[in-house]
Design a protein around this ligand. Structure first.
Ligand code: SF4
Length: 186
């Protein structure tokens, strides 16, 4: 089914990355971020009118998704500022057999307070979520998949199932910890 009615404001797409989550991943950089963290590496993504407005189908085409990929990482920018677009993209990733990882400047607790159904649905399809703003004072160059020590890599499905925060227990080079990736894969 065509997805011409769903559009995303996108800063860029990387077809293959090994530094934005476990395994080989495609990365979508969402355009627009309200957090404005001092020391942000991508300040060009802050303007919600910047980047490109693309249909979901065009984003997918640029991803060149293939079975060698573990999944897609939603980075930014702030993916949760476009919950409907992020949800539609997550559904495509899951339908292709991939897992979804999201970087957000909101803390997990703040995300939980969102009342938008699209955010709840998105979390149900998300394997990993890196939460919280980049904090320059807590910057550490050797942290796995995150920039500052306040940020957590959260195992979303275990956290939802156990109703308490569960951090990812996986390894950098594998799919460890993602076996319980939830959602219907639709
Ligand atoms: S949340 Fe991320 S993209 Fe947004 S300002 Fe902070 S570091 Fe930059």
């Amino acid at each position: 089914m065509a997805n011409h009615s769903v559009f995303l404001q996108i800063a860029g797409v990387v077809a293959e990355s090994v530094v934005d989550g476990p395994g080989l991943r495609a990365v979508v950089f969402f355009q627009g971020c309200p957090h404005h963290c001092p020391g942000c590496h991508n300040p060009e993504t802050w303007d919600p009118q910047g980047g490109e407005k693309l249909s979901l189908d065009e984003v997918w085409r640029r991803l060149r998704y293939n079975p060698l990929l573990s999944g897609v990482t939603f980075s930014g920018g702030e993916p949760l500022a476009q919950p409907e677009g992020a949800l539609a993209l997550a559904k495509k990733v899951r339908a292709a057999g991939g897992n979804v990882m999201i970087y957000t400047g909101y803390t997990w607790e703040e995300v939980q307070a969102f009342s938008l159904p699209a955010v709840k649905e998105l979390l149900a399809l998300t394997a990993l979520l890196v939460d919280g703003p980049f904090q320059l004072a807590q910057k550490k160059p050797d942290l796995l998949f995150r920039g500052s020590a306040n940020q957590r890599i959260i195992d979303v499905q275990r956290t939802l199932a156990e109703q308490k925060l569960v951090l990812w227990a996986g390894k950098e080079d594998g799919r460890d910890g993602l076996a319980t990736t939830g959602g219907a894969g639709n």
